[in-house]
Design a protein around this ligand. Structure first.
Ligand code: CTP
Length: 403
């Protein structure tokens, strides 16, 4: 999944001939899964029409504080637009606009949005070679870079004037690459390996029957997806579920039984930085698996069960550098039981969900969790969709490993 997926990107278009390339840029950003809105300087409308950009972006295009032709026009709120944006990309950025940005001039909507933006700002300069080299332009670059804006350098090539030199706006593909790479660099779990277990395990009785449980795997899958989108290299060890993973960078290792999950977890644990065990592993399995289907004969059938190995406890016993997270599903004395498990299994964090809480548990789309760390610090959360719970858990872990 692209790092731009789901991001709100505000594209600023200024009055340079490269503005025609903004149409391609909008399409590429959309293809990456981003939501795009466009803000234009008034003069840029001479180069590319708002209709083109609104049609491609599927959003209204903004170019002035009000729509002059509409008597009932409402004020286009630059602050709102700026706050909507996760990223502000100004491409093409002319010498004029760059100079105004560098000096705090605010005589159009795009500049007002720039001054209000709290998000990262990228700019792709485009101008003729002598303008590009001019000391005032260099000064603008230096100022803008010192403010934390990110420059996507212009290229060397043929310019609209017919001259050849540096000043061509970076190609839309290169702009998208630049931003994606830059965002990936800043992801909090970049360079970290995360192992996650999810779903139920099935313990065979005979070739057609098994002992299982109702775990859907949704919590673990949401954590895997979220960890990958935060830059981690994720291995998801999954019991039998009917889910697919959204982020295709996640390596999925499919297992069926508790023993298979144990083996897989030990295979990947040593190289992991973080291990999150959310699977609902069977605690017992049939002591013997019948090689043929068991026929119904007697009025009663007794199965002898034996204990499975506790994966989490075994990892807790051998862990060195890893940050180890377990789950606890409790029905009574929740906090106390969870704290005991945390200690007994040598965990760094335990995620408690109580079956007594509405909206919690392993079947639905929501969960209500309380996080308890090694120092017994507890942090309760409200009922939330599992995707948000995943974000809360990972944010907490990131905070702890950064300390
Ligand atoms: N777990 C595991 N291997 C097992 C059993 C559990 O890795 N054989 C992990 C689960 O993935 C979860 C945690 O242990 O992270 C807690 O599981 P839970 O079933 O709630 O607790 P148990 O330790 O099995 O204790 P009890 O069933 O008595 O509550």
């Amino acid at each position: 999944m692209s790092v731009l997926s789901g991001k709100n990107i505000l594209l600023g278009v200024t009055a340079g001939i490269a503005a025609y390339k903004s149409a391609f840029l909008v399409r590429l950003l959309l293809k990456e899964g981003a939501n795009v809105k466009v803000v234009m300087t008034p003069a840029s409308k001479e180069f590319v029409t708002p209709l083109t950009l609104s049609t491609l972006s599927k959003n209204e295009v903004f170019s002035s504080f009000t729509n002059e032709e509409d008597d009932n026009a409402q004020w286009n709120n630059h602050v709102e637009l700026a706050l909507w944006a996760d990223l502000f990309v100004i491409a093409p950025a002319t010498a004029n606009t760059l100079s105004k940005m560098a000096n705090g001039t605010c005589d159009n909507l795009l500049l007002a949005v720039y001054l209000s933006a709290k998000c990262p700002v990228y700019y792709a300069p485009a101008m003729d070679l002598d303008m590009y080299k001019h000391p005032t332009t260099t000064t603008s670059f230096e100022k803008l870079d010192s403010f934390g804006n990110k420059r996507i350098d212009a290229m060397h090539g043929e310019l609209a004037s017919g001259l050849v030199g540096k000043g061509r706006m970076a190609e839309p593909e290169d702009i998208v690459d630049f931003i994606s790479r830059d965002l990936e660099q800043g992801l909090p779990l970049r360079g970290k390996r995360v192992m996650i277990t999810a779903g139920p395990t099935f313990e065979a009785i005979d070739p057609v029957r098994f002992i299982g449980n109702h775990s859907s795997g949704k919590m673990g899958y949401a954590i895997a997806d979220c960890a990958a989108s935060l830059g981690a290299e994720v291995t998801l060890i999954s019991g039998p579920v009917s889910l697919s993973i959204g982020n295709d960078s996640v390596k999925v290792v499919s297992v069926t039984s508790a023993e298979e999950m144990y083996q897989a977890a030990h295979r990947y644990f040593d190289e992991s930085d973080i291990a999150i065990l959310s699977a609902a592993v069977a605690d017992y399995r049939p002591a013997e698996v019948a090689s043929e289907k068991i026929k119904k004969k007697d009025s009663e059938l007794h199965l002898k069960l034996e204990k499975t190995r506790d994966i989490l406890a075994s990892l807790g016993a051998k862990k060195d550098k890893q940050y180890l997270v377990g789950f606890a599903l409790e029905t009574q004395n929740e906090l106390e039981n969870a704290k005991t498990k945390l200690k007994k299994k040598n965990l760094d964090l335990i995620v408690l969900n109580s079956l007594r809480d509405k909206g919690a548990g392993f079947k639905g789309d929501t969960n209500k969790v309380t996080l308890i760390n090694k120092d017994n610090k507890t942090l309760p959360f409200e009922v939330k969709p599992k995707t948000e719970v995943a974000r809360d858990i990972l944010a907490y872990i990131i905070d702890e490993i950064d300390e």
